[in-house]
Design a binder for this molecule. Structure first.
Ligand SMILES: Nc1nc2c(ncn2[C@@H]2O[C@H](COP(=O)(O)OP(=O)(O)OP(=O)(O)O)[C@@H](O)[C@H]2O)c(=O)[nH]1
Ligand SMILES: [Mg+2]
Ligand SMILES: [Zn+2]
Length: 383
């Protein structure tokens, strides 16, 4: 989750003209197969003068031809709205400000990281791992500690002070007693926010509290889009009553850190602060006690940093090894003990999947997937 594509990868010649005042603009809130649920910036009036706030859209063939993907969160221009059936066609996708790959969401403006103060107990290593992952997306992160009702005020204060030293200003809330929810609502207003956090901390409870059930039903997509809306493949943006969109992500407990070792230090705000004071002697310093390193070891999460660094280094080495193995030549030794290069046979990875294998894969999938996920898969796999 929370994987990020750097913005310079997003430039595309398809993003041509800028929208004009007469364009019908909206935000994609749900995607499934070839249908897009779009929440309009301004409601349209139908023939009976009733407002239409959402359109179920298809993608213009032109966009399909140029391979323009449409994600949840995309800002789009719509043509040919059909007032009768609340349908439309997406004619253009505006340039993305941010793009996450897992969950697949465009234009997210902040990550709301939710942890519980207790039940499950707040685990500093796990919290640190989530924070580093969130920092690596470069999307601003708001830290929220739920279930404050389970701790007394002294214990709450202790956590707050501890996390301030980590460089965060956590918002302590309780979905149960509503503590801090007003402040949280203010932070979410008018923004696209990604909800993240481990299992059982109260993410779904929070969504249910912030978004009245009636509203959820109204905004949930109908018909074909209804099925499978809680699977990871089908991320959905929920509309907050005060404006703003919220994406739930499934809870998982151990995010994978896939950053470069040299970047890692920048994902710790308390270390970043130290780096701003000057430079280390070596430009490729890993900040683990090298001579004249500007980063000291006098911070609580230094231990976390060292452990995550080991992990990042090990991962980089593994990736490198794999790349070496996949290169097109392999080193061999001749009888005289001299090394020579021999072209490799086509590796398994590049071999064309046989029709039979594809069938087998599909069979396996049929066992586990919902019907409409399969529809989508069959769209993806070209037979
Ligand atoms: N005491 C207390 N319990 C809470 C609070 N918020 C949620 N819970 C409880 O915590 C449990 C887990 O809540 P969920 O909302 O299902 O948690 P989640 O983060 O969505 O979990 P996953 O879907 O597994 O990722 C439920 O039993 C909730 O009733 C709170 O503020 N205080
Ligand atoms: Mg949940
Ligand atoms: Zn250093």
């Amino acid at each position: 989750m929370l994987s990020y594509y750097p913005l310079h990868d997003l430039t595309s010649p398809n993003y041509s003209s800028t929208p004009t005042a007469s364009d019908i603009m909206g935000t994609v809130i749900a995607v499934q197969a070839n249908f897009y649920q779009v929440c309009l910036d301004q409601p349209l009036m139908d023939l009976n003068d009733s407002p239409i706030s959402h359109l179920l859209c298809t993608r213009r063939t032109r966009l399909k031809k140029i391979g323009q993907q449409i994600m949840v969160g995309d800002r789009v221009i719509i043509e040919e709205p059909d007032y009768q059936d609340a349908r439309g066609a997406i004619a253009q996708v505006l340039p993305r400000k941010t793009e996450l790959s897992r969950p697949p969401v465009a234009n997210a403006e902040q990550i709301l990281l939710v942890f519980a103060l207790d039940e499950p107990p707040l685990e500093p290593w796990q919290l640190s791992r989530f924070l580093v992952k969130a920092e690596s997306t470069q999307i601003p992160c708001l830290l929220c500690l739920n279930k404050s009702d389970l701790l007394n005020s002294t214990q709450q204060k202790k956590w707050h002070e501890r996390l301030e030293k980590w460089g965060y200003n956590p918002l302590l809330i309780s979905v149960m007693t509503f503590q801090g929810l007003g402040e949280l609502k203010d932070c979410l207003k008018g923004k696209i926010t990604i909800l993240a956090g481990p299992s059982g901390v109260g993410k779904s409870s929070l969504i249910n509290t912030l978004i009245p059930a009636v509203q959820q039903r109204v905004n949930s997509v109908s018909g074909k889009l209804q099925k499978g809306r809680h699977t990871t493949r089908h991320v959905e943006l929920f509309e907050l009553p005060e404006g703003g969109l919220l994406a739930d992500t499934p809870g998982f407990n151990q995010p994978h850190l896939d950053c470069f070792p040299g970047e890692l230090i920048h994902y710790f705000p308390e270390a970043r602060q130290q780096l701003e004071q000057g430079n280390c002697q070596f430009s490729d310093c890993f900040h683990r006690g090298e001579p004249n390193c500007i980063v000291n070891n006098n911070w609580e999460r230094y231990e976390h940093y060292l452990t995550f660094l080991e992990e990042a280094i090990a991962q980089q080495e593994a990736t490198q090894k794999m790349a070496d193995q996949e290169s097109t030549v392999k080193v061999k030794m001749n009888a005289a003990g001299q090394e020579y290069y021999e072209p490799k046979l086509e590796t398994k990875k590049y071999r064309r999947t046989s029709r039979r294998q594809k069938h087998q894969n599909l069979q396996d999938l049929y066992e586990n997937q919902s019907l409409d996920e399969l529809e989508e898969l069959e769209d993806d796999l070209e037979f």
